[in-house]
Design a protein around this ligand. Structure first.
Ligand code: SF4
Length: 214
């Protein structure tokens, strides 16, 4: 493996592969995505996808949600982790925004809302087709990025900073691409034998390759 990887070039196959892959949250509008992103914190996308249809039947848009109370919302989200806190956040967000068309689509305005951190804001912007204002670093990226060698450490903020320094802004969707890659291929037990990143991957070239050569 070359000692210094040209990451803006090396990351392209991964970006290309996942360019049009939609987020695993099964949303039908940006309103639904925003609500599901808030609910999915420390819970699984699968669980949120399961409870979503009934929730959105009862609260089809931001306006309906702005009229919700904790009592009317609880029955639909009681299987979600920290649902009481999340209900408060969602009602506050809906009362602030009021209408779907007023959902703000900048990183700064999204992160000013309760329950929406930098990662969630980046997910919403990506799915809304807005240019990346940050790099999505979730649990998968925290595993994949150091394996690849594009970043070091386990702190999501520091990993995001390193990736932003190494890649041009047009390629900041690399975070989401690494996240999809982590769900599919670079699992906790990585499927290196079918991975397209082996030529540049630090972990593969320093650990796996040596094991398989012996
Ligand atoms: S080569 Fe293996 S460790 Fe490296 S990114 Fe691919 S699956 Fe992950």
């Amino acid at each position: 493996m070359p000692s210094k990887i040209d990451w803006p070039k090396a990351i392209q196959p991964l970006l290309k592969k996942y360019k049009t892959t939609k987020h695993p949250l099964e949303y039908k509008s940006i309103y639904q995505l925003l609500v599901m992103v808030v609910l999915s914190a420390q819970d699984s996308d699968r669980n949120i996808n399961t409870i979503a249809p009934k929730l959105f039947e009862a609260f089809p848009d931001m306006n309906a949600l702005s009229r919700a109370t904790e009592e009317t919302l609880f029955p639909f989200i009681s299987k979600v982790r920290n649902f009481a806190t999340k209900a408060k956040w969602l009602i506050e967000i809906a009362k602030t925004i009021k209408e779907d068309k007023k959902i703000p689509l900048t990183h700064e305005s999204l992160t000013s809302l309760k329950g929406i951190g930098s990662k969630s804001a980046n997910v919403i912007l990506r799915e809304a087709g807005k240019p990346a204002e940050g790099v999505i670093v979730d649990l998968h990226v925290v595993r994949v990025a150091p394996r690849l060698g594009i970043a070091t450490g386990t702190d999501p903020k520091k990993i995001e900073k390193q990736i932003k320094e190494i890649l041009p802004q047009k390629d900041w969707d690399a975070g989401m691409a690494m996240s999809f890659h982590g769900r599919e291929i670079c699992r906790p037990t990585p499927k290196c034998e079918i991975c397209l990143m082996t030529p540049v991957c630090h972990y593969y070239n320093t650990v796996i390759k040596k094991l398989t050569v012996k």
